[in-house]
Design a protein around this ligand. Structure first.
Ligand code: ACO
Length: 295
């Protein structure tokens, strides 16, 4: 379709394979699948869920929210449901909100999902973007626990000065310009911003919790590009073996990267009960977030 090569993609992005959803599959279908796994692993009843937060910028429709389709799909009749739009940072926005809502005492059980089908909004004639994205979803059940475990510190931020669609975004499809459109990106600028913003965000939660980099057992950064991941790890002073990477298998699944990586890390035994994990991400907006959690 475009002038590119497997070698260029592997060298410049670290991606060697990725998943692309069939035409008749929507984001909520992936989210429901992930949510069912999370509910099973957490040994809860869907009726226990009080809030569903779905982080996505590729919703099934503008409205109803994708979260409402997820609610129907999993039979979580007692939940309030809404979407979060924070691009690739969306899942950590969801975790931050869930953490705050649970700490407020109003909620006990919140389902946070990150899911995207970017491949329906990429321009398959644009080699700058069409080689990068994968479709996928991940989900987590967040519940109150004792203070020594779970989310120890969390931070999210954004900078609307960078809400420029030439940098990263979709120019049309909303009230500014209703016609549907495809994603566009200035990859080089986004690269530089990611390498600066993710270490800064990570440092914020380390300071909040008074934890040093040496205490971290595994860093799980947003999986957009292998070179960005390695640069973020190096800037933080993390040894390479403590940086989790799966961008090679999935590409950039936007709001889903961090939760898919966390799930895989747990299944593979790379993240074990008691481990201290540092999650960090950034995305269009610009938005960013970091979470420090004890498994
Ligand atoms: N195949 C072959 N050549 C390509 C391709 C391609 N797929 N894409 C770009 N090129 C060319 C460019 O045209 C350019 O050619 P030129 O020198 O003749 O102009 C050359 O390769 C180098 O281009 P750069 O943009 O400088 O390449 P770079 O090394 O920066 O890699 C990339 C591009 C992979 C996009 C990188 O910049 C990147 O990963 N950026 C961050 C992307 C990212 O994180 N996006 C997601 C953000 S999260 C969210 O919210 C969605």
């Amino acid at each position: 379709m475009v002038d590119t090569s497997d070698e260029w993609i592997r060298q410049r992005t670290g991606i060697s394979e990725r998943r692309i959803a069939e035409d008749d599959v929507a984001t909520s279908d992936l989210c429901i699948h992930a949510a069912r796994w999370a509910i099973k692993n957490a040994h809860i009843d869907p009726l226990d869920i009080e809030m569903i937060l779905v982080a996505t910028v590729t919703p099934d429709r503008f409205f109803p929210s994708t979260a409402c389709y997820v609610q129907k799909g999993i039979g979580a009749k007692n939940a309030a449901a809404m979407d979060i739009s924070a691009a690739c940072a969306g899942f950590l926005y969801g975790l931050d909100l869930a953490d705050g809502l649970i700490r407020s005492g109003r909620y006990n059980t919140i389902l946070v999902v990150g899911g995207e089908i970017f491949n329906k909004i990429v321009d398959w004639n644009d080699r700058n973007t069409c080689v990068l994205f994968g479709d996928g979803a991940g989900a987590a059940v967040v519940q109150a626990t004792d203070e020594s475990k779970g989310i120890l510190a969390s931070y999210i931020g954004s900078d609307g000065d960078y809400a420029d669609v030439d940098l990263l975004g979709i120019p049309a499809g909303g009230s500014r310009m209703p016609k549907l459109d495809k994603i566009q990106m200035n990859g080089r600028e986004v690269f530089k911003l990611g390498v600066r913003l993710m270490p800064e965000a990570a440092q914020r939660v380390l300071r909040q919790a008074n934890v040093s980099v040496e205490d971290i057992d595994l860093l799980i950064p947003h999986q957009a590009n292998l070179r960005i991941i390695e640069a973020v790890g190096d800037r933080l002073g993390m040894p390479r073996e403590k940086v989790y990477i799966n961008v090679d298998k999935y590409g950039n699944t936007s709001a889903a990267t961090v939760i898919i990586a966390l799930d895989e890390a747990i299944r593979e035994g790379r993240a074990k009960p008691g481990d201290l994990l540092l999650l960090v991400t950034f995305g269009a907006g610009l938005t960013w977030g970091s979470t420090l959690l004890r498994l």
